[in-house]
Design a protein around this ligand. Sequence first.
Ligand SMILES: [Zn+2]
Length: 536
Amino acid sequence: MSGSRTARAVSLLLLCAAMPAAAQQRPTLDAKRLAALKQEVAAEVDRMQVFTQQMVDQLFSFGELGFQEFESSKYLVGVLRQNGFTVTEHVGGIPTAWLATWGSGKPVIALGSDIDGIPQASQKPGVAYRDPLVEGAPGHGEGHNSGQAVIITAAIAVKKVMERDRIPGTVKIWPGVAEEQLGTKAYLVREGVFKDVDANIFTHVGDNFQVGWGQEEGTGLVSAQYSFLGETAHAAGAPWRGRSALDAVELMDIGWNFRREHLRPATRVHYVIKDGGDQPNVVPRTAMVWYYLRETSYSRIKDLFELGNTMANSAAQMAGVTLNPVRIVGSAWPTHFNKPLAEAAYRNMQLVGLPTWSADDQALAKAVQQELKVPPTGLATTIEKLGTPVPDSMNRGGGSDDIGDVSWNVPTITVSFPSNIPNTPGHNWVNAIAMATPIAHKGATAGAKVVGMTMLDVLGQPPLVDSAWSYFKNVQTKDQQYVPLIRAEDRPAIELNESIMAKYREKMRPFYYDPTRYKTYLEQLGITYPTLKPQP
Ligand SMILES: [Zn+2]
């Protein structure tokens, strides 16, 4: 690049001399220079649109469930190595977790995004009604196929500027493995992945740009498996000889379903029975029920988990069976995001603006909304307000994200980017429709610009890092410090989803995206964009 030497000289000249004491080890970039670098990174992200699109489409086509993201991780690790990152695999004993690092010195910026899919969410992209690629198979019915494309694109664009201008700093990229199981982020924390991190920028697919600070609406949780052990007997010939583990599961569920009336409205308790016995004429010797126990604060989550254990013990006593040691398979702290970082990211969202949607993009979105019988408002055209803390008394509960655990260890934000259609149910095949179309691609490109610009803020403004830590230490963790919800003996539940993927992987493989032959996944599948339901 012809202008690079000049640019470096200019950027070095513009280093600002006045700095607070804590930031003196790193120079502050002049505001004009910072703004110019942001424009440059945004332009580079635009030039990388094909690269970004291919990553979005590739992960979409793998459609892997939590802990089974083998193809996705192999692919992403390959992309990162090709682009100069050093990658450690098998982080924390999790086969699909890795940590990619580039650069040296401070600040250390961590970039993360989830990579796992949703059961039963297989869906042809760009088609506005239910049309699975493989019936019953998992798919990206949330949109976790897009976030790594956002952060990897941003990181490579910023890396180019850092190399040229010799801006010190380290970039660490990590995957949210098994987010749907809230399965790994507490382990990544325990493993020390975030030990030296100054700022953690997490991204998540959304239907708009969104970022906020403080505790948002939602919950944290303990996800626990309760398994019981009874004794088999002929269910007709000698049922009195047997003890049914399934009875304990049902009694526990009944207990919760009565207790439900007397829980706080924000509490969420839900379960699936993973083992209900083998066949009706054999009294079930084993049975297992899997609970998500959600509340809005650490202490309430602990209390709810205790209540769950009481229910399980009582159910075991009633059924005359044994409760095996309770297994925690996932956990999440309620999220708390960093104010100075969120404000910086929000300014960048306003600079970038929402993507320019085409008539086809809007037609797909409106057709999907019509299919769902929700107002056909189309795609987002105005950026949401900066999110502010939701007081505990106003928190109506809702979902959880184990980014919460990271957010209580280092200054963290979640940048939501506009790659999906508003007013969709989440965790559903509908949420996959947009995720390998120009809607997802444009949203990922826009998201990469915001992440890249926010990285530059962190790199170029040491006072921002200082104030992020000051918020973290003096506000966020003043009265509440992180205590893991996982116990010392807990291990990642890496076998989860093994059997589902074993059932579907070979049926899904023929649909893996091949970017060497097709420009886009839509092209490979021969889908006309958008495909709308024929009107009767
Ligand atoms: Zn998610």
